[in-house]
Each structure stands twice: as C-alpha cells, then as structure tokens.
Ligand binder design. Structure first.
Ligand code: RIB
Length: 308
C-alpha cells in the first residue's frame, strides 16, 4: 500500500436539519441541531484512515473550544496529525450547514485558521509531501498556497487528486500537474459553463474540462445519478447504489478518500470507482460529516449485498 497525504481544511460543522430552506427574509423552525468534525480536507483524511489507507493530514486549526474535537476525530480514524499547524489567537474553521428533508445541503464556511495554510506552511511541509505517493487537495484553503505547492512538487509523484470544491476559477492554477479532478455535477457546470443536466451534458462538460485543464482524467460525482469517468478515450458511467438518504454532507469527501485508498492498493480505476461509490452511498445514510463516513468493514459488507 502507498502512502497518502491530504492538504486541506478542518472545520467544525454547525448543522441544522429542517424541512426546507428558508427563503431570503423568511424564518423557518428547524428540526435538530448538532455540531461535529468536518472540513473537506479532514473529511477526506478520515475517509482514507477508516478505509485502511496510510494517511497524514496537513492543515491548520486554532486554539479554541473546538480544536480537540477536530484532532480527536482524526486520531480515532487512524490519521496522522503531527503536521497540523496549531495557531495561537485564532479560531478553528466553522461551517454553517443546513440540511433539508431531501438530504440536500447548503454550506457557508468561515475559514478561521484554515487561512494559515499559507505559502510559509506549505514550504515547511514540502519535503514530507514529496515523499508520499498520493496527494488529495480541495479548494477550501488559500489558492495561492495550493498553487505554490503544485509548482514545487516534482512532475510525476505524488499523484494528485483535486476536488474543486468550493468551485472557483482555475484559470491561473497549474492544473496540468493534476492527475485527476473530481467535481460534482454543479461544480463541473460552473467550471465549464456547460449544462450537466443529462449524461450527454456530463460527457461534453467533462471532455471540455479535460481539454482546458490538461489533467489526465475527470471524474464527475453526481450523487444519485452515480459517477462519470472521462479520460479522453473512455467515458464510463458507474450507477449509484440505492440507499435511503438522510444527509449528503461529506459524501463527496468519502468518495474521494475511498477512491484514493483503493488506487493506493493498486486497484484499477473501475474497481476504485465502485468502492468509492459504495463509500459515498453509505455516507448519505447517516447524519453529519465525519460521523457518517464509513469504515472499511461497512463498505465491504455493503458491497456484498450490492444494490444498484
Ligand atoms: O464537504 C463537506 C464539508 O464541507 C463539511 O464538512 C464542511 O465543513 C464543508 O467544508
């Protein structure tokens, strides 16, 4: 098995479940509130750790009431945390999350200490990141530092998987250094300006993203529509599994972590996507980000009773 590093955000998620989202100016009564560990980077690291990957987390937290919850969740999920920057006088990243009765979510993030994943921090951890085989990135930490990181890494290793979330312009980002980019269908539409409402739309948009970024492959995560892989010569569809969804938060993160673990074990891209689809599907059956990320035995049991 090859080692994995995740550079990204750690957030405390403040989660409210409600029947439907309020319109601007409207108040609705929610059904429940909880807080839990989250952040796209930390979620992906937790997924790697729970699914059997050898993984280290790189990011930053503040020194506040929530810091221990974030570190504890990573440790309990077999994630190495020695390189997380702990910032005096700062608060941890916070995500305000609304989840509706259809399991859809809306998220607003206040970066807090995630803003300290800056060029200086990246510079200090480059020797460690150069030594891993796989690197997972997202766009919830400062883009200039992520850009710098890509510019400093050697040309072929580690292999880099970018989750372009939250969606933002990649015009000045060295995307040709990426191996794989994994937008959801909304991010793919945003990044290309092409509709992703149909399978054909996803095929065209993923091809366009391949052309404009120079990445090796695009993998679109489209929730209940499944996943779509495009590498210029193949366009493959992997249907989603049928599950009772209660909260889609972190399903994409569980998918990315699972995909990378499977690839780090030497599995084919097709086999890795099926494994990732199962992890993402299981994630939506429970509430919360990290509390809902499955363990390896759960995914394997689920795959034995596969329901597409
Ligand atoms: O991808 C889900 C995550 O997005 C949440 O855990 C939240 O923290 C935001 O970063």
């Amino acid at each position: 098995m090859k080692s994995i590093a995740v550079v990204g955000s750690l957030n405390i998620d403040l989660v409210t479940h409600m029947e439907r989202f309020p319109k601007p100016g409207e108040t609705v009564i929610g059904q429940s509130f909880r807080y839990n560990a989250g952040g796209k980077g930390a979620n992906q690291a937790v997924a790697c750790g729970r699914l059997g990957g050898e993984v280290s987390m790189f990011g930053a937290i503040g020194k506040d009431f929530f810091a221990n919850t974030l570190l504890q969740s990573l440790k309990e999920s077999n994630v190495r945390i020695d390189d997380i920057r702990i910032c005096d006088g700062m608060f941890c990243g916070v995500a305000h999350i609304w989840v509706d009765a259809g399991a859809e979510n809306s998220i607003a993030v206040i970066p807090g200490a995630n803003a300290k994943v800056d060029v200086n921090y990246v510079e200090s951890v480059i020797p460690k990141l150069t030594a891993v085989s796989w690197l997972l990135l997202q766009l919830e930490t400062p883009l200039p530092a992520t850009t710098y990181l890509l510019e400093q890494l050697p040309p072929y290793t580690p292999r880099i998987v970018l989750d372009p979330a939250p969606a933002q312009s990649l015009d000045r980002f060295p995307t040709q250094r990426l191996w794989l980019i994994t937008p959801n269908e909304h991010e793919l539409q945003w990044l290309t300006g092409l509709s992703t409402a149909t399978d054909e739309g996803i095929e065209h948009a993923s091809y366009r993203l391949l052309e404009t970024t120079g990445v090796q492959a695009v993998l679109c995560k489209a929730g209940s529509r499944g996943a779509y892989f495009q590498d210029g010569s193949r366009f493959l569809h992997f249907p989603a599994y049928c599950v009772d969804a209660v909260d889609s938060t972190a399903a994409g993160d569980a998918f990315n972590g699972a995909l990378t673990v499977a690839l780090s074990e030497g599995r084919s891209i097709e086999s890795a996507i099926r494994f990732a689809n199962a992890a993402g599907s299981l994630c939506v059956t429970a509430k919360g980000a990290q509390p809902s990320i499955p363990w390896r035995k759960d995914v394997e049991t689920f795959l034995q009773t596969e329901r597409v």
